[in-house]
Design a protein around this ligand. Sequence first.
Ligand SMILES: Cc1cc2nc3c(=O)[nH]c(=O)nc-3n(C[C@H](O)[C@H](O)[C@H](O)COP(=O)(O)O)c2cc1C
Length: 351
Amino acid sequence: MKRILFFLATVCLSAAASSKTLVVYYSYTGDCEAIVNELTKQISADVVEVEPAEKGLRYEANGYALGTQLLNAIKAAPNDAASYPAIDPVNVSLSEYSTVIIVTPLWWSQMAAIMQSYLFQVGKQLAGKQLGLIVSSASSSISGVVADCKRLVPDAQYLSENLWINNSNRANTAALVADWVENNGLNQTENTMHINIIVGAKTFTATLADSETGRAFAELLPLTIEMNELNGNEKYHYLNSTLPTDSYQPGTIKAGDLMLYGNNCLVLFYKTFSSSYSYSRIGAINNPTGLAEAVGSGNVSVRFEKSATNTTGLTYQTLKNKDKGRLIFHNGHVYISRDDNTYTLTGAKIR
Ligand SMILES: Cc1cc2nc3c(=O)[nH]c(=O)nc-3n(C[C@H](O)[C@H](O)[C@H](O)COP(=O)(O)O)c2cc1C
């Protein structure tokens, strides 16, 4: 019984620790990459690309000979790792994500061999996660790709709709993605809390975890504190009050992670490294570029405050220079993108 309770507690803790979305894509000629760029304008997600280990191959040459050969090898022995083309290591910790969206090209009515290699490697780790599938083809329909995905990842919770983009609807990618996001309930990010972390003259935007720890931390803001240097990778400060905890072992700490050690030690990490310690996640700086330089090597004064433009789950990752100052339509609202990589709600709502 004790063991079951421990198991349940572990499950609850890991569920609480992971509520993020990961987009995994492969793109040979750029179509899937363009879809990912659109998707990440509309939802808050981390993105990783799967790449073949062997570069410069031409899968379409000689009547698609190489692409065909790779797929035939998989078909002949789908349970044998040696049947799958080698890929570069994909450095992402899947345990951090509750939703994974696969964006892949179709090859000969099957899933592109390179993406099959990745899913063959991680299929078991995706069990129980919410899984979305977006497929790009010239014209062929995607049932074979869906079947490949279900063979490689049999135990995921598939979203109710897949998205198929092809050459005849590609011009409408933005609207198709918006509908797909809405129909699958992926746009429920209105409660996402953004804060500013101000170090000297530099302001970093961070997103708080949608958890009791994240929400309790938000209640303490604004907060200006002296943070102490430790180990060349973190700044910490003991808060006057305790916060609720849901601690877990992140394994890899990323620069920009904002964590709670114990129940009252606020830690801001400014380097990425492996760790065996347990923390409760408070949130993370969206773009930690320049953080290490800003906090320096000693103790530092840091201000935490709620963002004035706290309106949406859209994140910096999707905001390119060319987007700045543009009107952006998201989830029925109109936003203006700003120079500091946040979005301001204009007040307009379109339906
Ligand atoms: C080896 C190979 C086989 C393909 N087979 C098909 C096919 O059977 N049917 C189809 O409609 N498109 C096929 N395509 C076209 C791709 O599915 C399509 O161009 C897709 O949008 C490419 O995505 P990407 O640019 O992200 O690589 C094939 C492409 C390659 C390279």
